[in-house]
Write a new protein. Structure first.
Length: 387
């Protein structure tokens, strides 16, 4: 037990003669060292920001719906043939979600930009008939800004999705969707990531023109609250299971992006070598690395990708994998060594907004289990400037 500092001895004072000498024969209540009261545990900033997500997304929906509809009206007139998205890091994972979202909901081809063509090589491709989106939490990365600047030079419409409306990225955009996430002080992106997904989903819903899509987005936002209640189970069971030297994170379709984002969180926050794959790609070689007890995080949400993902989970289980399953379906949960049940009724297209949340909590608690500071991962800073 750690002993705190000893409280000072306070001498008695006679009003006429001054201080009264203490009687060494009389025990003083101040002679024994008194321990300091225990300090309250410090709550990681990352955890606080994870739990802010429902409020952030509700605010984004309330504040940006009108803007999303205005952008959609302009896009309906200009009728772009395809979308180009420029992003890095977690924002790049949001862009992966955008590929499935705009492709499935709007029938548009989506390309992820190659920023080095715009900066290092100085040979940007033609963006004729494109709609160009830049996604960045800070809006500071020079290479992402360069893509939007070139798009404007070529005369195609541009959109910035950022948490800083005064950033260089915002300045280069014709249109802006503000994430409304407030300051994000932990290095790892959590609330800004789900806000980016929600901003893309909001734009797609407005562009599609079907009000039921807004209901699907609201269901996802509501579903985050249930996902947050998985924290105790994650801390007690899932985090200890991820102490191996290597793990895999697998998701397909819309949740291919979720696999990438959870893997990134495990790497940057908890120091876990986590590799993301589509189950289909994992079968083409990497599955040879699987060993008995190998930890696998499997995202298996209802929808078009569910049954193939479930069949793949059955194969993994037969090969001895230790499965952490994020799913809204009982069939998938029954395969799990650790099951993380999501809320029912969330459409597949908006499920990545919810499915990533258990992964964020998992990365947080694996980091704490390893004695790491999840708010300040080694060698990383909040704003990463790349060219």
């Amino acid at each position: 037990m750690e002993i705190g500092r000893q409280l000072p001895v306070i001498q008695s004072t006679d009003p006429e003669t001054g201080p009264v000498p203490s009687d060494s024969s009389t025990p003083s209540r101040d002679e024994s060292p008194v321990p300091d009261p225990p300090s309250a545990p410090t709550i990681p900033l990352m955890r606080s920001e994870i739990f802010q997500q429902p409020a952030v997304l509700e605010r984004l929906l309330a504040e940006e719906l009108r803007t999303a509809r205005q952008i959609a009206t302009v896009l309906a007139r200009s009728d772009p043939r395809y979308v180009v998205i420029a992003a890095r890091g977690s924002s790049d994972n949001a862009a992966r979600y955008g590929k499935y979202l705009f492709g499935s909901q709007l029938g548009l081809q989506v390309a992820l930009a190659t920023p080095s063509l715009f900066t290092l090589y100085g040979n940007p491709p033609s963006l004729r008939d494109a709609f160009v989106i830049g996604i960045s939490q800070s809006g500071q990365s020079e290479d992402i800004v360069s893509v939007l600047a070139e798009a404007r030079r070529q005369g195609v419409p541009t959109l910035a999705i950022t948490n800083d409306t005064k950033s260089p990225l915002a300045a280069q955009a014709d249109y802006l969707l503000d994430l409304h996430a407030g300051p994000e002080r932990a290095v790892a992106a959590t609330k800004t990531y789900t806000a980016q997904l929600a901003a893309l989903a909001l734009l797609a819903a407005a562009w599609h023109g079907d009000e039921s899509h807004l209901d699907g987005l609201k269901k996802a936002i509501d579903g985050i609250s249930r996902a947050l209640r998985l924290e105790d189970r994650l801390q007690a069971q899932a985090a200890p299971a991820l102490q191996a030297s290597l793990c895999w994170v697998l998701g397909r379709g819309y949740n291919y992006a979720t696999a990438y984002e959870i893997a990134l969180k495990l790497k940057e926050t908890a120091g876990v070598p986590a590799e993301p794959f589509s189950p289909a790609d994992f079968m083409h070689g990497p599955i040879a690395l699987l060993r008995d007890g190998s930890p696998v995080v499997l995202i298996a949400h209802s929808g078009a990708a569910f049954h193939s993902t479930l069949a793949f989970g059955t194969e993994l289980k037969a090969r001895g994998a230790s499965l952490i399953v994020i799913s809204d379906r009982g069939e998938a949960q029954r395969l799990a060594d650790v099951g993380l049940r999501l809320a029912d009724g969330i459409p597949e297209w908006s499920s990545p907004i919810v499915a990533v949340v258990p992964g964020q909590l998992l990365a947080l608690h694996v980091a704490l289990e390893r004695g790491l500071d999840p708010d300040r991962p080694r060698g990383l800073s909040k704003v990463t400037r790349t060219r």
